[in-house]
Design a protein around this ligand. Sequence first.
Ligand code: GLU
Length: 314
Amino acid sequence: MFYCGVRMGQDLQEIIDDIAREMNAAPDRGQVADYIPELGRVDADQFGLFVALADGSTYSAGDADIPFSIQSVSKVFTLALALGKLGHELWSRVGREPSGQPFNSMFLLERENGVPRNPFINSGALVVTDAILEGHKPDAVLGELLRFIREVAEDGDIHIDKSVAASETAHGDRNMALAHFMAAHGNLRNPPALTCGTYFHQCAVEMTCRQLAMAGRFLVAGPGSPSLISPKSVRRINALMLTCGHYDGSGDFAYRVGLPGKSGVGGGILVIVPGRASIAVWSPGLNEQGNSQLGTLAVERLAAKTGWSIFGGI
Ligand code: GLU
């Protein structure tokens, strides 16, 4: 059986069905994030997986049509918008190095004068949101974000869950602290509350695995994938996903999976197989680094069974 040029001993649908079965039976599912109370109410016993190949074929297993909060996976879409608007200028305000720190860490920010290590930790994502917000109203920026996501996903039914945004706003002291600290260093151009409010809403976009995998196709750069951003930006975003997409678990994800990925505390992960596929996996329980426990295990299994890796065959 050949899938986008790769020979597999087993049918791809069978592979992901097997993975979903194994994950559904897994005893250790990690801990659901509860620092955003609305996320703490999500049932941990859920698992979804969706694969969209560059040739247009799609494969779905488990709870792939149940919507979840994409949280930090949204940072991939805002980075794409920011690179389109600001280009290289963005990198004077945010770095491109792994942080080796938790997603919400303040530690390096203090040592490095308010310039975050990368666009995928919270401080870096706040700078990215601040950059696309400059000169615009939050509603216009969030509208543009939704239009972009809906267009790449080819699905108009993608929305922001206002109750999740409100829940994070009510408990957002830590992100507000990061924003104020960067404002003190002149690295925030809008009032911290405005930037944080926009960021909390972008994180509260709700998508299914099917919608997320379809949206992720703009990063695949395969023959049939949508080309909404330049090939150069595609390559750069994938590089950042590989090195920084899983916070202080990024090295472990690269070692185990070997593919660029971006996780969110809602339990979703978007994984790209360059030239071949966009994968979305979701299971709400998180590991110690705040990445989906079973989601990571599932894509590790998928990469091993398909041989998909940017580092060569397994
Ligand atoms: N909205 C979350 C926060 O800022 C996103 C974190 C994540 O998904 O990793 O804390």
